[in-house]
Ligand binder design. Structure first.
Ligand SMILES: Nc1nc2c(ncn2[C@@H]2O[C@H](COP(=O)(O)OP(=O)(O)OP(=O)(O)O)[C@@H](O)[C@H]2O)c(=O)[nH]1
Ligand SMILES: [Mg+2]
Length: 348
């Protein structure tokens, strides 16, 4: 009898995984957003539904923190199993309890309608301020420009106005206002597209891999075989049967890619498998929703960590979400709560 397959429970991270991807247009874009934030009524923060925690950028808390915000989890179609979505929907809402949360998909433009309804009712209240402006922000490639096109299509029945693409870095500058709602008796609503912004340094290799797997980092930054291996690790923890047409369940990425390349014809000279291309194709299949539907972030763990941290450290200020932002910033900076406290004491 064949031995039962046991998936890896821990991914073997290499210290050599690149941790930075903060480009010139990210920095310039963030500066521009800071300049514009006072003149907008709302910020829509987009997060990729497959990485609802990892796609939060703490730089936005600092730069745009006080502005009224809506949170949109994009790419809902890529979490195609209803039970996975249902199980995690409430957890996602709990990440930001005081902020309206929406879920959208480009496969169904009217999924953006609830956002329009919220903006419309607010625009009516804000009529005295004239037109309402909304800035759409988020990590690279999470679907900001696509969301704007869905809002425009549903709100004013116009074709797409923002460039989109499968690579991060399609939008390079803060754009000009795009109309998404227009009512002769009410305020018009305009949105500003912005470039995706990464963090200056990602101390946590696993978060870097999650972002890379979801396409928030250019595919040339991290070896495609490493990204494919990280994907294989997650698929094995969920449903290894999704790749049974190419290989038996395995934890060995070289063996898997060899089988995959031979059976899908990704071969170089002399019939030798083109391993990097095979790795990329495998990852692209997952990004297209063909290799199973699961979250890469553990929301239950995140919520319990936040609860524990809240217990240890009662916030001494009332700013909405500031305390969570500090925890996020600690994670990004790779420092402990004690180290931050020490730094804060030094500053006072
Ligand atoms: N399956 C699926 N793909 C989506 C969805 N929204 C966006 N995409 C795809 O994700 C990729 C990135 O979309 P964009 O709208 O360009 O993302 P962005 O955040 O504006 O990216 P940058 O401007 O590069 O930061 C494109 O290939 C889109 O087609 C969605 O709801 N479902
Ligand atoms: Mg864009």
């Amino acid at each position: 009898m064949a031995a039962k397959f046991i998936p890896r429970t821990v991914f073997p991270f290499s210290e050599s995984i690149p941790r930075s991807y903060f480009l010139g247009h990210h920095k310039a874009g963030l500066e521009k957003m800071k300049q514009k934030v006072d003149s907008v009524n709302y910020v829509i923060e987009c997060r990729d539904i497959r990485i609802p925690v990892t796609s939060i950028n703490p730089l936005f808390e600092e730069a745009l923190g006080a502005k009224k915000r809506l949170i949109v989890y994009t790419k809902r179609d890529l979490l195609d199993t209803d039970s996975v979505f249902r199980k995690n929907k409430e957890r996602m809402r709990k990440l930001d309890e005081k902020t309206p949360v929406f879920y959208t998909t480009s496969t169904f433009a009217t999924s953006a309608k609830p956002i329009l309804e919220q903006l419309k009712s607010d625009a009516q209240r804000l009529q005295e301020f004239g037109s309402c402006q909304v800035m759409v922000v988020g990590m690279p490639n999470v679907g900001k420009s696509t969301l704007i096109n869905c809002l425009r299509n549903t709100g004013v029945f116009k074709p797409k106005a923002a460039y989109t693409g499968a690579e991060p870095g399609i939008t390079r500058k803060v754009g000009t206002p795009i109309k998404i709602l227009d009512d002769p008796n009410q305020s018009a609503v305009y949105v500003l597209d912005t470039p995706g912004v990464f963090v200056p340094y990602m101390p946590d290799g696993e978060r870097m891999l999650r972002l890379a797997l979801c396409g928030c980092v250019k595919d040339t930054i991290i070896s495609p075989v490493t990204i494919a291996d990280y994907l294989l690790y997650h698929i094995n923890l969920n449903t290894p049967a999704v790749y049974e047409r190419w290989s038996k369940p395995t934890n060995d990425i070289s063996h898997f890619l060899d089988q995959f390349a031979h059976q899908t014809g990704i071969l170089g000279k002399g019939g030798i498998p083109n391993t990097d291309q095979a790795a990329l194709n495998f990852v692209h299949k997952w990004r297209a929703g063909e290799m199973g539907s699961f979250l890469l972030d553990d929301l239950q763990l995140e919520l319990s960590e936040r609860k524990r941290a809240r217990h240890l450290e009662k916030p001494s200020f009332g700013g909405k979400g500031k305390w969570e932002a500090k925890i996020e910033a600690d994670k990004i900076a790779g420092r402990s709560r004690k180290e931050r406290k020490r730094e804060e004491r030094k500053q006072t």
